[in-house]
Design a protein around this ligand. Structure first.
Ligand code: GDP
Ligand code: IMO
Ligand code: MG
Length: 427
């Protein structure tokens, strides 16, 4: 099983960090392929909790090589501070590989992200303010700065000047902000160059060889299917391909090399930021899911919007990612409800719809059609096998599996590594 992708099946925060860490001990490489430090992946090992933003969760497994692929946007200040934070906690980070082709997030990207959101006012996306969208926009506009540019001062200077020429006009004339001086940016970036140098590599070559040698490579997605720039709820999305195809473009490993695509699926639904969310709850059930599930953003500390499980979304995730398996997380959070609503279809302008509508207006009008599944009250956090679960919890999992279109191969019953029921092995 040389290559597998693990990604979010909903709007992010499904528990990708935990799932990646669980497999980390048995894989050779863990690769981030898109996104940047907008991600917040929580890993709980014993009594230690780690919040990773840019580094692949495999960094916590001593024998695993963590890789930041070409598709990631890298804020060098964040990367260095995340590395030193882990070093202070006794984690060896020396194996990290950083693609020379990854694009950099610079201070002007973060500034542009914040001023654009302010300018949009009530129409804002609710971004994490980490400069993600502006950095990807520069990449596509061919005025981005790459990691490799740090090692040629003259090229770096020319590129920063080219990028700022246009942005300074916008900052000054549209947003009424002071222009950003290119010399200051170049100086700041050059100061990171030597600290990053030991990690910089041709990661496409390294990963291509690893796959050919039968090494196990795990691609760890950031965000989730419905935040994907092409397949998500545009424009309320992130600026990268969080779906399975992103693993190929963001790493340089071709699609024929990928053996398995695992969708991480929360037993209910959450979303951070603006945008449509058919099963969102505004009542005490929503409050209870937020409280019991600890649904507060790891990156921005914002409360997550909460709602019931949406099988239309899960089916869509199966289709657009070609999912082979699901890892169902946070089943323990649903303990205590007498019955648990599950959205099985939408009603849109009086019609029942089984598939995610491609039209933005239709999705905004979608009302959930619920089926009510019997709940359970027994503590399930100690369950080790599927048979340890109460009958109604088993029924809930089976029903979700049937509606979602791929086998549920693992179930999370708590945040810790060991609080997992493994049904089919992933490796
Ligand atoms: P990610 O962005 O997909 O890695 O997810 P986050 O780390 O942002 O959010 C998931 C949260 O749920 C974290 O606090 C995890 O520790 C926690 N978590 C993951 N799996 C489970 C589970 O099965 N049960 C419970 N109770 N918490 C979980
Ligand atoms: P993980 O990897 C949840 C959301 C933001 C906003 C939108 C665009 O932890 O699942 P951006 O800063 O990316 O331009 O913001 O995407 N968003 C996330 N929501 N989990 C994440 O990452 C997210 N990363 C971005 O809240 O709505
Ligand atoms: Mg998260």
């Amino acid at each position: 099983m040389p290559a597998l992708v693990l990604l979010g099946a909903q709007w992010g925060d499904e528990g990708k960090g935990k799932a990646t860490d669980l497999l980390g001990g048995s894989v050779d490489y863990v690769v981030r392929y898109q996104g940047g430090n907008n991600a917040g992946h929580t890993v709980v090992v014993g009594d230690q909790t780690y919040a990773l933003h840019l580094l692949p969760s495999g960094i916590l497994s001593p024998d695993c090589v963590p890789v930041i692929g070409n598709g990631v946007v890298v804020d060098p200040a964040v990367l260095l501070s995340e590395l030193s934070g882990l070093n202070e906690r006794g984690i060896d980070t020396s194996k990290l590989l950083l693609s020379g082709n990854a694009h950099l997030i610079t201070p002007y990207h973060t500034t542009m992200d914040k001023v654009t959101e302010r300018f949009l006012g009530s129409r804002k996306i609710g971004t994490t303010g980490r400069g993600i969208g502006p950095a990807y926009a520069d990449k596509i506009n061919r005025v981005g700065i790459r990691v490799q540019d740090l090692y040629d001062e003259s090229i770096l200077t020319q590129k920063v000047e080219a990028a700022l020429d246009f942005k300074n006009q916008i900052l000054a004339k549209l947003y009424n902000r002071r222009a950003i001086e290119s010399g200051r940016i170049v100086e700041e970036l050059l100061a990171y160059a030597e600290q990053l140098r030991p990690f910089v590599a041709d990661t496409t070559l390294v990963l291509g060889r690893a796959v050919d040698e039968g090494k196990v490579v795990l691609f760890e997605g950031g965000q989730g299917t419905l935040l994907d720039i092409d397949h998500g709820t545009y424009p309320f999305v992130t600026s990268s391909n969080a779906t399975a195809g992103g693993a190929c473009t963001g790493s340089g490993v071709g699609p024929t090399k990928i053996d398995r695509v695992i969708g991480i699926l929360k037993a209910y639904t959450t979303r951070v930021g603006s945008g449509p969310f058919p099963t969102e709850l505004f009542d005490e059930d929503g409050e209870a899911l937020r409280r019991i599930g600890g649904e507060r953003g790891v990156t921005t500390g914002r409360d997550r919007r909460c709602g019931w499980f949406d099988a239309v979304i899960a089916r869509y995730a199966t289709r657009v990612n070609g999912l082979t398996d699901f890892f169902l997380t946070k089943l323990d959070v649903l303990t205590g409800w007498e019955r648990v609503p599950v959205c099985v279809a939408y009603e849109i302008d009086g019609k029942r719809v089984e598939e995610l509508p491609y039209s933005q207006s239709d999705f905004h009008h979608a009302k959930p059609v619920y089926e009510y599944l019997p709940g359970w009250s027994e503590d399930i956090t100690k369950a080790k096998t599927f048979d340890d679960l109460p009958k109604n919890a088993q029924g809930y999992v089976k029903a979700l599996e049937e509606m979602s279109g791929a086998p549920i191969s693992a179930i999370g019953v708590g945040p810790g590594r060991t609080e997992t029921i493994e049904i089919n092995s992933f490796l």
